[in-house]
Design a protein around this ligand. Structure first.
Ligand code: ATP
Length: 239
């Protein structure tokens, strides 16, 4: 059967000034999937997400979401449409409490009626955040801040959650935890596009994945295919 892509990137090119960093990137995400983009530092993974979120503007190519051209949309319209990015480096509001951070996540008007329901939902996913409701974001551990960043993203009713390096800087135990949580969020109906340097863990949970090298997609397949791919084993898994 023919599955229509929910998010479709075609021939995306992008440059920071004179520095060209994305070359003809093609990528698609279908409804219900976890799609992972893996690659070394500087491969262009974060830049790809920034183009989708409209934080930067492509040089050429097209990005459509549910048939709508994102190139014509402002960043906040992208969020309203249901594409919600959780930024790299847990950019939460450090001077605000956990609860205030969560409320900021539903700044889009259309999501306000769901605010309480979503707060209940994210507290169920992250019981730790409920315990720390009144604590200032900036005083929490790295892992807790990462959870808060994801929870804040969920407050915006995402159809697709864009996650930039959610496992960065976490202890091995928390890394396992965060990937389990991502799988759980996906099972509850949220489509996931994930950018990661943790190749093993992210391929393990991915339905499909893309490998980027120096601004290009060099390989794509199911998570399992790529885990068993010789190039991936040598280049990323140390095997
Ligand atoms: P990382 O995991 O380090 O974020 P990445 O695969 O996400 O890696 P990008 O952050 O997308 O890679 O970077 C792609 C290229 O663009 C790199 O060469 C990087 O140095 C460059 N770059 C990233 N951000 C900027 C910027 N704001 N201005 C200029 N060059 C940038």
């Amino acid at each position: 059967t023919w599955v229509r892509a929910m998010l479709k990137i075609e021939k995306l090119n992008f440059a920071y000034g004179d520095l060209k960093v994305l070359w003809d990137v093609d990528l698609e995400v279908h409804e219900g999937e976890i799609v992972t983009v893996v690659g070394a530092n500087g491969a262009g993974k974060s830049t790809t997400l920034k183009n989708i979120s409209r934080l930067v503007t492509p040089t050429s190519g097209s990005i459509t979401f549910q048939g709508r051209d994102l190139g014509k949309m402002q960043p906040h319209h992208v969020v309203e449409a249901g594409l919600v990015q959780v930024p790299e480096g847990r950019r939460i509001f450090p001077e605000m409490t956990v609860m205030e951070n969560l409320r900021m996540g539903s700044y889009v008007k259309a999501t306000r009626p769901d605010r309480q329901k979503n707060i209940d939902w994210v507290f169920e996913l992250f019981p730790r955040l409920r315990e720390r409701e009144k604590q200032l974001g900036g005083t929490m551990s790295g892992g807790e801040q990462q959870m808060l960043a994801i929870a804040r993203g969920l407050m915006a009713n995402p159809k697709v959650l864009l996650l930039d390096e959610p496992s960065l800087g976490l202890s091995p135990l928390l890394v396992k935890n965060i990937f389990d949580i991502i799988t759980g969020i996906n099972k509850q109906g949220v489509t996931i596009l994930l950018v990661e340097q943790n190749v093993y863990q992210s391929l393990r949970i991915a339905h499909r994945a893309y490998v980027m090298e120096t601004g290009r997609v060099v390989l794509t397949g199911t998570g399992e295919e790529l885990l068993n791919n010789d190039h991936i084993k040598k280049a990323f898994l140390g095997m």
